[in-house]
Design a protein around this ligand. Sequence first.
Ligand SMILES: [Zn+2]
Length: 276
Amino acid sequence: MPELPEVETVKRTLNALVQGKKIQKVTVRLPRIIRRPDDIRMFETMLEGHTIERVERRGKFLRFLLDDLVLVSHLRMEGRYGLYAAGEPLDKHTHVIFYFQDGTELRYTDVRQFGTMDLFLPGEDLSLPPLNKLGLEPLDPEFTPEAFRDLLSGKNTKIKPLLLNQAYVVGIGNIYVDESLHRAGIHPETAAKSLTAEQLERLHQAIVATLTEAVNAGGSSVKSYVNGQGVSGSYQHKLLIYGRKDQTCYSCGSVIEKSVVGGRGTHFCPSCQPPI
Ligand SMILES: [Zn+2]
């Protein structure tokens, strides 16, 4: 599933591709992708004649800001956007097509069909599901060491599932949580409330550094992720721990282990990240 760096990369690519384009027509080929409004024809006609002013990101969601509408899109496992010339052959997994006035088409394809789209009036989207209960943006100035400490203080939950919970901090998924915990030298099963002030500070720094470096590398292309122009990210070559089971730790040479924490496959170094 794309995490913050991948969605941020898709957002930047989309801004380069579709900013300022006016929608002439929309065709939904798979109704289950559209959650709001529940009438698919209404979704299609509401978007007609509107211009995409820019694309933003909130957590792992894309927000298409149009004149007088906001389209919120979640890629889930395999959702992708691509810009095509009119008449190019359709992929069988193309589920939504935005036809622009200039003859180009933005196509949404999704092999797994888990992606979602919700259409809102301006100002509605941030106060209604799915965006209304999201936590802090880790690359925004609001994500200070103090805010992070306050968020975690007293929580009996293990640190890994807590960081994956989008109600606390958004955008972190299974790849970047393992990377961040490894950089901070924290075992993924440590209870949040037992982390020292120094560990919290290190973890905060590790999250910001890991996500920033991954954004700069265009995200990680693990499995099938590509950005809106079909280009792969390169951060998968820089991962320190994720996907490296039975290989040696770059820091200490120990053999990297993989276990299950909170139902998720979890990579860690038993020496650099000792259990408390
Ligand atoms: Zn190590």
